[in-house]
Design a protein around this ligand. Sequence first.
Ligand code: SF4
Length: 285
Amino acid sequence: MEKLILSEEGVFPVVYDEKGQLIKDCPKTGMQISGTVQGEGKLAGVPSLFIRLSGCNLRCIWQKEAGDFCGCDTSHASFFPKKTQTVDVSYVFNLVKHNIGNMRHVVITGGEPVLQQVVLAKLCQRIKEELELHITIETNGTLFNEELCKWIDLFSISPKLRNSIPSPEKLAQYDIDYSAPFKMHAQKRYNLEVLQSYIDLCNSSNKELQLKFVVGRNSDREEIITDYLNKLTNYHKEDILLMPLGANVEELHQSSPLVLEMAIANGWRFTPRIHIELFGAKIGV
Ligand code: SF4
């Protein structure tokens, strides 16, 4: 049977298991209910259930304006996926069914969820056809799969700027070897053809997208314009979002003023990271 590989938190936050039985442990949100809010982007604040898939084709490590480094905030699902769950589509579907309550939104995230495109498409089809939920997929915009796209309502695409490249200097700081997956990041992170495919699909359907750039340095502005906005066509300016770099409250507060000013000066949207403000840098919130 075809399987999905989920990260350790899998479907979250939940209070019922796949059979609909109450789980003893309280979710990491500290609330005795399933669900959280979407923390980022156009749907920030919307009650949502999350599905986190394991594995990523990129290895982001950024440098902040002040010079220090900031790694992927879901490294347990990207760099070092240790505690994974290999599960059937029906297991994930049943968890969603028993925990969705009054929520109408499911967010599929990672890692890079499109890596598991074939099996993920089957899960999304069931969620759409049997539960009629709104589905957001959070992707780094390097992979595109037509069958999967059929079932998605909002593509939350976060293209990775040059600053995300894990140089040997950055890796040394984290005591990580400069191995093949880290070397490949620079080649894989930038795929204009894939980004244009998402834009064209949304323009010819009732689907939506957001291009959510993680920004940590003033020089990111020029790259967004030169490498993306001057080359992509038929995108809508209101779909361009800037998100401050940072995996915890302190880092977010450091980078937010620069990003807020850049967003306002260019007429782009600023997105907070509400879940970090509300729950801190925890897994499963
Ligand atoms: S693309 Fe996303 S999940 Fe993958 S390494 Fe970068 S920040 Fe982490």
